[in-house]
Design a protein around this ligand. Structure first.
Ligand code: AMP
Length: 418
């Protein structure tokens, strides 16, 4: 049996970086007042089609959707924002405090063509803020991302920032885009042609090279912003500049989901080839209302966890694997029984202790202690028990001490807690 295409195991020998990122991200979110939320992996399909948009790549061709036994249409979540918005509305969080900051980490599912940095089950670290319209929050989210990446020792990243405008400025942009496209229809792919009527903005994220060429000179949302959106974007930019966050204004950045308004951004890397986006985010001031809640501004980002780890691997940022503190070499039934209780007591006290129950020889067990990279070994055979002198050997210095059975565990705790 093998994993499904695009799905993969993350094995214990590769987990250190994942845990390092989780720890650092949790610490940072906590300092910035974000609370963890855990949302289901499975939701009603409608939640995603209504929020992400019917005419997007995700909804049209990438979702894992199926009917359950009762015929309800369900989908494995392709992203987290829609579910978090659903939760905010379902639990009427806006009624007690409309301003909420959430984060979550977990798997997402998209049936894309698998390649390095692109999987069908991938992981995201997600942050969302509800109830704040101020542009300072836009800058702060981008700042948090750059701060996290800095703490993880990442280099070679650039923040691309754009404004997608709001429902007030969108019609003027849409008209300009349709005018531009009108004379170029014969050079667009079928998918783009279909989207002209359904959702013209989505033409801008077509991945087909010939379409990309045609759209190079397409009008940009940035040239059609209303005054409010202009001011908002200006504050985002000056705030980032003042904070020393490097960014590039990227007129062509549109993001592949319909719900974005105003600020949208992506953090890109030069080290991952085609899959260059390590994180993406944006404002979605209409989404809470669209999904049945009160008018509430929202904004958030998602980090591609798999890609982040891949960049860190390339930069060799893996922490050292934690070695074993103590390996127990217990020879004979009596020593094995005592050893079992000692090891549990030591484990309970947070000391990384292991023993082997296969009745192997001293030589074989020494070999195993070396393989597990044990700092110390404890040697307890029949003789040591009779003489009440259990041997503790430092595998690095080769120094040995002997310890009495009755006080063995507290003595060891003292040594390891030093
Ligand atoms: P999105 O939700 O599409 O804005 O994606 C946010 C981030 O998730 C991207 O910048 C990627 O780093 C990551 N991501 C999206 N799709 C995949 C995928 N299929 N495999 C791995 N990472 C992904």
């Amino acid at each position: 049996m093998q994993t499904i295409r695009g799905f993969r195991d993350i094995l214990p020998e590769n987990i250190a970086l994942w845990q390092k990122v989780e720890k650092e991200a949790t610490r940072l979110f906590d300092a910035f007042g974000f609370k963890e939320i855990r949302i289901p992996v499975l939701e009603k399909t409608q939640l995603f089609s209504r929020s992400i948009g019917e005419a997007t790549d995700i909804v049209e061709k990438e979702m894992y959707t199926f009917a359950d036994r009762k015929g309800d249409k369900l989908t494995l979540r392709p992203e987290a924002t829609a579910s978090i918005v659903r939760s905010y509305i379902q639990h009427k969080m806006y009624a007690t405090d409309p301003i909420r900051k959430f984060f979550m980490m977990g798997p997402m599912f998209r049936r894309e063509r698998p390649q390095k940095g692109r999987y069908r089950q991938f992981y995201q670290i997600d942050a969302e803020v509800f109830g704040v319209e101020s542009a300072y929050i836009d800058s702060q989210l981008i700042f948090i991302l750059t701060e996290l990446f800095k703490r993880l020792g990442l280099t070679g990243l650039s923040a691309h920032v754009n404004s997608l405008g709001c429902p007030d400025c969108r019609p003027s942009f849409q008209r300009a885009l349709l005018d531009f496209i009108a004379s170029k229809k014969d050079r667009l792919c079928d998918n783009c042609l279909r989207r002209i009527d359904k959702n013209p903005l989505r033409i801008l994220d077509c991945k087909v090279t010939s379409c990309k060429d045609v759209l190079q000179d397409a009008p940009a949302t940035l040239d059609h912003l209303c005054n409010h959106c202009e001011d908002h974007f200006a504050t985002v930019k000056t705030t980032l500049e003042t904070q020393g966050v490097d960014f590039i204004v990227d007129k062509s950045l549109v993001r592949g989901l319909d719900y974005y308004t105003r600020t949208a951004w992506e953090i890109q890397t030069t080290t991952l080839g085609a899959q260059s986006a390590v994180a993406g985010g944006g404002r979605y001031d209409g989404l809470v209302k669209e999904l049945g809640g009160p008018q509430t501004p929202g904004i958030g980002f998602a980090i591609g966890f798999d890609r982040l780890v891949e960049v860190m691997e390339q930069l060799d940022k893996a922490p050292q694997a934690t070695a074993l503190d103590l390996f127990l070499i217990c020879l004979g039934d009596m020593a094995t029984e005592k050893g079992y209780h000692w090891s549990c007591a030591l484990n309970q006290n947070g000391i990384r202790t292991e023993m082997d129950f296969r009745g192997k020889s001293m030589k074989a067990l020494m070999k195993r202690a070396n393989k597990l990279n044990a700092h110390y070994v404890l040697i307890a055979g029949e003789d040591e028990l009779i003489q009440n002198a259990i041997i503790l050997r430092d595998m690095n210095t080769k120094e040995q001490v002997s310890l009495p059975v009755e006080t063995l565990v507290p003595e060891l705790i003292k040594i390891f807690k030093k």
